[in-house]
Design a binder for this molecule. Structure first.
Ligand SMILES: [Zn+2]
Length: 296
């Protein structure tokens, strides 16, 4: 009886400790607050950034910052318009390009996004860069790190978790953070996200880049290029889950849906999916309601 009561209490606590992911609408376990996650992750991020060689490619660095900020602004506008501004109230967006040939990018909680120079070799337009940054911004907004820490907490502390939820025992949080963000101040900063998180980041990223005025068709061309270049890497953005084939199949299904749902944001016809210079013109959002560029 006691056990059943405890189980019921745990389940009730879990249910009340849920957060709804914006855009996807999925319920996620949320046993750690933003402030706990940020406290645990910011030190790791700062250590990484202080030691990482920041790129000296001025044009590419500017491109990363510009496209990143545009996506962050569109994301915040959407959240504000939907009464969800609380979701990013502790965020301070940062977009950094680091000098490293790896084909990689990652995000840390609170909107800290790092892009490696290596991935820029596969990026031929702002729209394709928006695929990368939309995906990373989505991980941040969906609070996948909070969820992963919550899952670890639930796994490791089981019944004892109740106390920690109520009192927010920082010792436990710190030790979980050490696993989740297990840095060592070197590369390979984060463990790969789960397949579910990757697919959600792909889906939300499509929406976010579209709302920022970029062409979602480029997600397909970009991931096809990534697939051709991925080899056996297990970096965050290339993490083997989802497989390239399932990721591309998912995008082929989702792109037409996003284009239909967010038609008002679609770029003007001048932007071609593989265009190299035309993507910065997408300044007007609502004037264009034409569903141009449909490929199906
Ligand atoms: Zn990812």
């Amino acid at each position: 009886m006691k056990k059943i009561l405890l189980l019921l209490t745990v389940v009730a606590t879990m249910l009340s400790s849920c957060n709804k992911v914006p855009i996807s609408g999925r319920n996620q376990l949320n046993l750690v607050s933003d402030s706990e996650v940020l406290q645990a992750s910011l030190a790791s991020y700062k250590e990484f950034i202080s030691k990482a060689p920041i790129s000296t490619q001025a044009v590419q660095s500017e491109q990363v910052t510009r496209v990143g900020r545009k996506i962050a602004a569109a994301t915040e506008a959407y959240l504000n318009a939907n009464g969800l501004s609380d979701q990013v109230k502790n965020f301070a967006w940062e977009f950094n390009l680091v000098r490293d040939a790896q084909i990689n990018a990652f995000c840390m909680p609170g909107g800290k996004i790092v892009v490696y120079e290596g991935i820029m070799n596969l990026v031929s337009s702002d729209d394709e860069l928006a695929v990368v940054l939309g995906h990373e911004v989505a991980h941040a907004v969906a609070k996948h790190s909070n969820e992963r820490m919550s899952q670890q907490k639930a796994l490791e502390y089981g019944g004892a978790i109740l106390g920690s939820i109520i009192k927010g025992q920082s010792q436990q949080t710190q030790s979980i953070a050490a696993q989740v963000f297990g840095l060592g101040a070197n590369y390979g900063v984060m463990l790969p996200f789960s397949r579910k998180h990757e697919t959600e980041a792909d889906d939300m990223g499509l929406v976010l880049m579209t709302m920022a005025g970029y062409n979602p068709d480029c997600a397909l061309t970009f991931w096809q290029k990534m697939s051709a270049n991925s080899g056996n890497n297990k970096l965050e953005i290339l993490s083997t889950h989802p497989s390239d084939a399932s990721r591309i199949a998912n995008l082929q299904k989702k792109i037409p849906q996003v284009k239909q749902q967010f038609a008002a944001y679609l770029p003007k016809p001048a932007t071609t999916p593989t265009g190299t210079k035309s993507s910065t013109k997408n300044t007007s959002k609502k004037s264009s309601t034409k569903k141009t560029g449909k490929k199906k």
